[in-house]
Design a protein around this ligand. Structure first.
Ligand code: FAD
Length: 333
């Protein structure tokens, strides 16, 4: 029987998320490399799924397992995880991948634990090794090395990947075959009220969303103070862009976690990325190295960020930030 690579399709407001299509695109590449007629299939949970299931087929999923029920409208690991784990143990996919989103980061490991397999979380790439087993690449040791994680003795081999790491390719148009999951055995679980999700409330985004900004001004620990941070945000605003951060800048409390870029934050591809006081740890670089033009300011001429930068500015970030801000203001007067 041909091997299967499964992608769990995540919904947001009833629509399939972009990360799902990114994962399907990558899964198709892996299936091709795996050979022997390996196929890509998807799992989908929610309600009123017919239209969205079709979109999965458009992006190459040969078969879609759809658990469709009004009681599954809102995500809950309590109901979703047992259904997905049972499906995987029945159909034995070789590989099963999830988006490393807020929901996927909880759901993937819960499914893995039920299946008594491992999951490589927050991967920056997925490859196959010489034996055609999944090789998941994850930054390790503070981002200084890329670890290769294998789980060759168990199936499924599981991984989660953040949105924006893989490129969503053009639709691959697989014939649509939707298999509705028989939910009768889950009736008790679905009717239990103890942990019933009541509503999902979306926090309105403030300012331009990072992944839509064409210009991103990013600050790291080297920005040094809240006062400097405020200037960095002002520069981003004046340039019609968005401000982003490394983890230490978030830890300092200069900005919120929603601005973090990297393995635990967002992946971005702006046309222009200007970074101040950022060393260039892999955890950060993997979230921004696909940016168009990368400009970095660092007082250390050996800083690793310079290796991925198109323009390198060696100097004091706060002096250069002020000079740039004043120049932009003067230009706008
Ligand atoms: C599991 C895990 C997940 C992680 N996920 C993320 C993530 O998603 N995103 C992320 O960013 N990090 C993440 N990290 C942290 C990451 O490993 C690095 O520690 C972090 O990216 C470093 O941030 P930084 O460059 O701002 O700080 P530092 O490494 O401290 O670098 C500061 C830089 O500023 C320069 N500098 C200092 N003063 C000045 C000045 N006056 N002018 C100019 N330059 C100056 C210094 O030369 C230095 O290069 C993660 C870590 C772990 C363990």
């Amino acid at each position: 029987m041909s091997k299967k690579i499964w992608v769990h399709a995540e919904l947001s407001d009833g629509k399939i998320t972009n990360v799902t299509f990114e994962l399907l695109s990558k899964a198709l590449d892996l299936a091709k490399e795996m050979g022997d007629g390996a196929e890509v299939e998807a799992t989908l949970i929610g309600t009123g799924l017919d239209g969205e299931a079709g979109r999965l087929a458009e992006f190459g999923a040969k078969k879609i397992y759809a658990a469709d029920d009004p009681r599954l409208k809102l995500y809950s690991p309590v109901t979703y995880a047992p259904i997905l784990a049972d499906l995987a143990s029945t159909h034995s996919p070789e590989i099963y991948v999830f988006g490393a989103t807020a929901a996927g980061s909880a759901l993937g490991p819960t499914v893995a634990a039920r299946l008594k397999t491992g999951i490589a979380a927050h991967c920056v790439d997925l490859q196959l090794n010489g034996e055609k087993k999944l090789k998941a690449l994850v930054p390790s040791f503070g981002g200084k090395v890329i670890g290769e994680i294998l789980c060759p003795g168990k199936i499924p081999q599981m991984a989660s990947v953040k949105p924006g790491i893989f490129v969503k390719k053009e639709p691959a148009l697989a014939p649509k075959a939707v298999e509705k999951v028989d939910l009768r055995t889950y009736a008790k679980l679905l009717d239990a009220k103890a942990l019933e999700p009541v509503s999902a409330v979306r926090r309105p985004p403030s300012g331009l969303p990072l992944n839509e900004a064409q210009v991103v001004i990013c600050g790291g620990f080297g920005v040094g103070s809240q006062e400097n941070w405020n200037r960095l945000e002002e520069l981003a605003r004046l340039l019609g862009g968005a401000a982003a951060a490394t983890r230490p800048a978030v830890d300092e409390g200069w900005t919120g976690e929603h601005t973090m870029v990297g393995t635990s934050g967002q992946s971005i591809r702006p046309k222009v990325y200007i970074g101040f006081g950022i060393s260039g740890a892999t955890h950060h670089i993997c979230g921004m190295n696909e940016s168009g033009v990368i400009v970095s300011v660092n007082r250390d001429e050996e800083a690793a960020i310079f290796q991925v930068s198109d323009f390198r500015v060696v100097g004091d970030g706060s002096v250069i930030l002020s000079a740039l801000l004043n120049a932009v203001k003067a230009e706008m007067e």
